[in-house]
Every structure is written in structure tokens, then in C-alpha cells.
Design a protein around this ligand. Structure first.
Ligand SMILES: Cc1cc2nc3c(=O)[nH]c(=O)nc-3n(C[C@H](O)[C@H](O)[C@H](O)COP(=O)(O)OP(=O)(O)OC[C@H]3O[C@@H](n4cnc5c(N)ncnc54)[C@H](O)[C@@H]3O)c2cc1C
Length: 201
């Protein structure tokens, strides 16, 4: 099958993406690697009227070592995490877990943020401890909040993300490679999100 008709936008910045998501509200969905969303659209299980493609937003693709762990941009490809020297040095668990899962073709396109936002309980991001983050100074215009996984994952394919809110970063504390597990094991990750305008519920 082919997807239902939709409008397509390809913003170059987080600000543009947030503005589009707010403008189109519940009709819009972010498109990351497309490995889960596009098949769902092809089967008409998902019928967003608007796709906001995040693939041109280079500011969302990074892996940074931080005190006690990693900060991973939402649009960082799973393959990039797997191959990252920063990850290898700081946190072996995400690297090993993605080496265990789907085919390289999927990992070349699939993103860390897409996997977390999709909230499939059979996904393989590793077990990590929750970590709080404070709002970033100078970002009052677009709120920024951190959501521990215990609050982020609401159920199967269901998260605490509000309409118009974008997952921008995942915080991963250092863990040994043995912490990588197969099922439902990502449930303690911390996600950082941004939204446009007033704070989501
Ligand atoms: C054949 C196949 C096998 C697979 N096997 C495995 C496996 O063994 N293990 C595993 O863990 N995964 C597996 N996957 C899933 C794969 O890892 C996907 O890449 C992942 O689930 C979704 O990531 P994506 O970047 O493609 O997101 P997309 O498909 O683009 O998006 C998924 C959902 O998240 C939302 N979204 C994406 N980014 C954001 C954001 N920044 N903010 C808010 N919402 C966002 C989208 O709107 C959509 O609802 C498999 C997929 C396929 C097709």
C-alpha cells in the first residue's frame, strides 16, 4: 500500500521544526529515520496530514561526552552511535546493544531519537539510570525539559511527549557493556525535549 496524502516540510533548524509542529498541531508528525513511521504510513496505521522531516537539522546529530555519561542528539543515527569512539570510551552499553539488533541498513537510517520516541517495548536501547536536567539558560522562547524514562514511557508506543514537542537529546549515563539487554531495557533513559510557546502539560 501507499501512504495517505500528506504535506511535507524539510526545516533546517530546530526552531523551524518546532514552529511547523505547533502550526499543524496534532496533524503533524516528525520524520526521523522513517524506519518505523514510513511502514506504519504505508499500512495506513499512521495517517499524519503533515510530515516535518528532521533529516536536514544537523544540530540534532551529535554524541558528546559529559560528566558521568553521554549526551546524544535525537537525530544521531544508530550506526553512528555504534561506531562512535566517544561512545566506546564513555558508555559501552548503547554501542553493544545496537550491534545486537536490526540490520545495518536499518541502523544507517534509524535514529536514537526515533527509537525512543517510537517507544516500542521490544526496542534495544540499553538500561540506563534516570538523570535530571535543568532548563538551559537563554532558551526561554522554546521551553526545554528533561524527562526521566520512568515518566517518559507511558506504555506501548506511547510517551509523555506533548503535541508540538520535539525530543532533542537523550542522556545516557556510563554503564558497562553487560548492561545491554534485549527487551524493554531502555526504560530508564532520560530524554530532553523542546517545545514552542507555553509549557506542555
Ligand atoms: C525491519 C526492521 C527491523 C527492526 N529491528 C529492530 C530491532 O531489532 N531493534 C530495535 O531496537 N529496533 C528495530 N527496528 C526499529 C528501528 O530501530 C527504527 O529505526 C526505530 O524504531 C525508529 O527510528 P527512526 O529514526 O526510523 O524513527 P521514525 O520511524 O522516523 O519515527 C518513529 C516515531 O518517532 C517519532 N519521532 C521521531 N523522531 C522524533 C523526535 N525527535 N521527537 C519527537 N518524535 C519523534 C515519529 O513521529 C514517529 O512517530 C527495526 C525496524 C525495521 C524496519
Amino acid at each position: 500500500m501507499k501512504p495517505a496524502p500528506f504535506d511535507y516540510f524539510s526545516p533546517a533548524t530546530v526552531d523551524e521544526a518546532l514552529a511547523l509542529l505547533v502550526e499543524h498541531g496534532g496533524d503533524a508528525k516528525p520524520l526521523a529515520g522513517g524506519q518505523s513511521l514510513i511502514p506504519a504510513m504505508n499500512f495506513r496505521l499512521a495517517r499524519p496530514a503533515v510530515l516535518v522531516d528532521l533529516n536536514r537539522i544537523s544540530e540534532l546529530a551529535y554524541v558528546r561526552a559529559e560528566s558521568g555519561g553521554l549526551a546524544v542528539g535525537a537525530m544521531t543515527r544508530q550506526r553512528a552511535v555504534e561506531r562512535s569512539d566517544v561512545v566506546a570510551r564513555a558508555a559501552a552499553a548503547p554501542r553493544r546493544s545496537h550491534a545486537l539488533d536490526c540490520a545495518p541498513q536499518i541502523r544507517n537510517r534509524g535514529t536514537m531519537g526515533g527509537s525512543i520516541a517510537h517507544a516500542d517495548p521490544s526496542a534495544e536501547l540499553p538500561a540506563v539510570d534516570a538523570r535530571a536536567r535543568r532548563p538551559v539558560p537563554g532558551e526561554e522562547r522554546h521551553g526545554r525539559r528533561s524527562i526521566p524514562a520512568g515518566e517518559f514511557f507511558k506504555g506501548m508506543l506511547e510517551t509523555a511527549l506533548a503535541p508540538g514537542e520535539l525530543l532533542v537529546e537523550i542522556a545516557v549515563p556510563n554503564l558497562p557493556a553487560a548492561a545491554a539487554r534485549r527487551s524493554s531495557s531502555w526504560r530508564a533513559a532520560t530524554a530532553t525535549t523542546r517545545w514552542w510557546g507555553s509549557r506542555p502539560p
